[in-house]
Design a protein around this ligand. Structure first.
Ligand code: ADP
Ligand code: ASP
Ligand code: MG
Length: 408
């Protein structure tokens, strides 16, 4: 069972979490619980680090931001004990959860679930685990898994202890056809495939960390997203993330996602000759900058062309600086950038077998006067880059277009 920030936002909310745990214990289950920091806590800790120094040591950032989860793990153990349930808190290093050394965005490399499992066997003890953190064994230092990383802690632990299920409790009662905060007509999905959830998460649906879905898919962990705000004694349905063969009713489009974490760069009048794309993208790759959408315009004069691509907003300034520096090798007339853009995507495994799914979207967006700056497509999704001002209109338009709106 994993409980996110809003679910543990106060001691009162933690008591409510404990009642969910008690229900599972009373039903005869062994339970490992992964908790996030109280809502807003991690943001506060990140801000402290920035205030202390804009260029802080990543190891010390981890030392600071991992503390939020330690508080909630201890508190939940106390509350469970008070309810008469055997419970013990565990920090990442105590389990241990091993990670690589990429401080601030570490990847889990292994989890030793044996201590937790022996406590299950000895006395049915509930393990309360601090999410978001692990240990880099060679240096013995604490690491964190990147924002939203408690989801990944939970799935990795579930895989390690061979749990029957990984329940992710959050502030919505499942995965919706799109973010319910911006489309009130969004519907809860009963089921979604691992592949679709992976795309949804990668393309901006922050309900699960991308890495947690990858792990769930690789280790085949049935993952269930549900609400901690349900009455603990009569919980309602959530969304099961499962393999494709377990999906009964298949839609062409399952969900719409959007991401504001995109910035557009256009290089005007670059030479239209072999090696130019390499001259642009190799230096960016060497600086660890991920490039997402790429468009090269066919030129009129066959001598020069325009190249447009997107990077994440965090890399935008760095990318510009690298390109300006490489100006002479690339040879472009001007560099134009835009950060007020958003990527809207539609996802569905049904796209594999249906033609013209994206074309309908282009028409619908045009009818609303929304200009498309860039497009990418792959087997089970397509994305369009548009002006950020049209985010909600575009998401709502596509949501209705593919019949995802909840019946009124
Ligand atoms: P937690 O603190 O429990 O980890 P998060 O805030 O990380 O919770 O994730 C839950 C939020 O994800 C929801 O409140 C919702 O606004 C947002 N969200 C974005 N896209 C979706 C979606 N397709 N389905 C459900 N929730 C979504
Ligand atoms: N507390 C961490 C964060 O806010 C991890 C998590 O909640 O999943 O990013
Ligand atoms: Mg989260």
């Amino acid at each position: 069972m994993k409980f996110g920030g809003t679910s543990v936002a106060s001691v009162e909310r933690i008591r409510n979490v404990a009642r969910h745990v008690k229900r599972e214990v009373d039903a005869g289950n062994n339970v490992a619980v992964v908790v996030s920091a109280m809502a807003g806590k991690t943001n506060e800790l990140v801000a402290f680090c920035r205030e202390a120094s804009m260029l802080h040591d990543a190891r010390e950032y981890d030392a600071v931001v991992a503390s939020g989860e330690q508080v909630t793990a201890g508190l939940l153990a106390i509350v469970l004990q008070e309810m008469g349930i055997w419970a013990r808190s565990w920090q990442g290093w105590q389990i241990p959860i091993f990670t690589d050394g990429a401080h601030g965005a570490a990847r889990i490399t292994g989890v030793n679930g044996s201590n937790i499992v022996s406590r299950f066997k000895e006395r049915g003890e509930v393990a309360v685990v601090s999410g978001f953190q692990g240990i880099h064994e060679p240096t013995g230092r604490l690491t964190t898994l990147g924002r939203g990383g408690s989801d990944t802690s939970a799935v990795a632990l579930a895989a390690a202890i061979k749990a029957d299920r990984c329940d992710i409790y959050t502030d919505v009662d499942g995965v919706y056809t799109t973010d319910p905060r911006i489309v009130p007509h969004a519907r809860r999905l009963d089921r979604i495939t691992f592949e679709e959830m992976l795309e949804m998460a990668s393309l901006g649906a922050k309900v699960l960390q991308v890495r947690s879905v990858e792990l769930a898919m690789v280790h085949d962990v049935p993952t269930y997203v549900r609400s901690s705000f349900d009455d603990p004694d009569s919980p309602k349905d959530g969304t099961l993330i499962c393999a494709e063969e377990d999906i009964v009713e298949q839609q062409i489009v399952t969900g719409i996602a959007y991401s504001k974490d995109e910035a557009q760069i256009t290089l005007r009048r670059v030479a239209d000759k072999p090696g130019v794309a390499a001259a642009i993208f190799v230096p960016l790759a060497e600086a660890n900058i991920n490039v997402d959408m790429i468009i090269q315009v066919v030129s009129d004069d066959t001598i020069t062309t325009d190249i447009t691509f997107t990077v994440s907003t965090a890399d935008y300034e760095r990318a510009r600086a690298i390109l300006e520096k490489a100006h002479d090798t690339i040879g472009f007339a001007s560099l134009q950038g835009a950060t007020d853009v958003v990527k809207v995507s539609a996802i569905g495994i049904g796209m594999r077998s249906h033609a013209g799914v994206a074309a309908r979207a282009f028409k619908a967006l045009a009818d609303k006067g929304i200009n498309i700056r860039a497009i990418t497509t792959s087997e089970i999704k397509f994305s369009v880059l548009i002006d950020a001002a049209y985010t909600e209109l575009a998401v709502r338009t596509l949501h209705s277009l593919y019949g995802l709106d909840k019946a009124a």
